[in-house]
Design a protein around this ligand. Structure first.
Ligand SMILES: [Zn+2]
Length: 140
């Protein structure tokens, strides 16, 4: 049976100490891999070419740049959500002076009409809200 030699033991320790470095290297590589996956036009580029593409010198700068982009995207998404909420506010009024319910999808309004016809025997139709991206019901 092989006894662990001094070199062997040394190697084991070295292997252990290399672990965080390896992890760090993988982490670095991951940033480039992600970029290649997300942006198809960069998929063929080397790490160096990717850095050049973003006009950055090193990975640290690249990561900062990515964070900056993420931040902008996040803000855009939040603005977009706000816009959507505004769209959802409808001012259409029915014959009784009440706000009409706005259905956001055609499927939703069709389902509701079918349900009312089945349960209340009332025939209804739907139309696109003239001001917003949605649908309203009206009596036939
Ligand atoms: Zn409306």
């Amino acid at each position: 049976m092989l006894q662990p030699t001094k070199t062997n033991k040394h190697f084991m320790n070295l292997k252990k100490s290399l672990k965080p470095i390896k992890k760090d290297l993988l982490g670095r590589e991951k940033a480039f891999i992600t970029i290649r996956q997300v942006y198809s036009h960069l998929s063929e580029l080397t790490n160096r070419e990717i850095l050049d593409y973003y006009h950055v010198k090193n990975l640290k700068e690249l990561k900062a740049h990515i964070e900056h982009i993420k931040h902008i995207l996040q803000q855009e998404i939040e603005n977009y959500k706000e816009e959507l909420e505004k769209i959802d506010t409808c001012f259409c009024i029915d014959s009784k002076g009440e706000f009409k319910y706005l259905y956001t999808t055609k499927k939703e309004v069709e389902k509701q009409i079918a349900h009312i016809q089945k349960t209340k025997y009332i025939k209804l139709d739907f139309y696109a809200c003239p001001y917003h991206c949605g649908w309203h019901m009206h009596r036939l």
